[in-house]
Design a protein around this ligand. Structure first.
Ligand code: 5RP
Length: 252
């Protein structure tokens, strides 16, 4: 994909294409990479499985592709990690169940905001980190599908989402500030706080690149009022990463 970006950048300079044209093509090629990774994710699904359905644009591609398979006769059941993914799955005819029907998921397929060494992840850019982590924790295989831009040497350029009880937000903010994690309350376009599917707020922390994500995770977890954070450590079993021309597999 870097080569493609390079070619697009050169073309844009030479022929003076405007920035929005370039941006549109770049977005298209990133989307192609997401679709390619999502399609590869299908290879990990077998008839009869309970499938964890992730959230975000790459997971949405996966759910659409899975829907096509279900319409063609594949028998699976899904457990969704967000209301949006559940609605999409239902609209495509994928039977959606919950943990009262099955306490174990055979394979969960989800996206990520960053994929670091040993498949340590930052997730929650779409605000679904709590259910995503619950789904991942119940999964025998937790497979990440992502475009190549998500792979990093050190986690932390992407703001780390922390889901907090609304009432405790000012207290948790203060504690995160004290830890040097620079939290910002996630807002909607109209300026009101973003509220998760579970009715909580999200604090996006500008951690900067982390030397020791496990230590950061433990410090955040120790704050009363924190519901969950977006560091997914020792959870992913495999990552399917696409640059738009192929898919490479990363294993833990
Ligand atoms: C949602 C998530 C998503 O998986 C993550 O934000 C990646 O999204 P996308 O596939 O759109 O890049 O964690 O909470």
């Amino acid at each position: 994909m870097n080569i493609l970006f390079d070619l697009l950048a050169r073309a844009a300079v030479k022929r003076r294409f405007n920035a929005s044209w370039f941006k549109m093509l770049a977005m298209q090629s990133v989307d192609d990479a997401k679709i390619m990774a999502a399609r590869k994710g299908l290879e990990f699904v077998e008839a009869g499985m309970v499938v964890g359905l992730g959230s975000g644009s790459t997971a949405t591609h996966f759910i659409r592709l899975l829907g096509e398979q279900v319409q063609a006769g594949l028998k699976v059941r899904g457990i969704a990690s967000s209301r949006a993914s559940e609605e999409l799955a239902v609209s495509l005819g994928i039977p959606v169940i919950d943990f009262r029907d099955a306490t174990e998921i055979d394979v969960a397929i989800d996206g990520a905001d960053e994929v670091g060494p040993a498949l340590a992840l930052i997730k929650g850019g779409g605000g679904a980190l709590l259910r995503e982590k619950i789904v991942a924790s119940a999964s025998k295989q937790f497979v990440i599908v992502a475009d190549g831009s998500k792979v990093v040497q050190r986690l932390g350029k992407f703001p780390l989402p922390v889901e907090v009880i609304q009432l405790a937000e000012p207290l948790v903010s203060r504690r995160l500030e004290d830890l040097g994690l620079r939290p910002a309350l996630r807002q909607q376009k109209d300026g009101s706080p973003y509220v998760t599917d579970e009715g909580n707020f999200i604090l996006d922390c500008a951690t900067g690149e982390m030397d020791d994500p496990a230590k950061v995770a433990a410090e955040i977890r120790a704050i009363v009022g924190v519901v969950e954070h977006g560091l997914f450590l020792h959870m992913a079993t495999r990552a399917l990463i696409s640059d738009g021309s192929g898919v490479r597999e990363l294993l833990r």
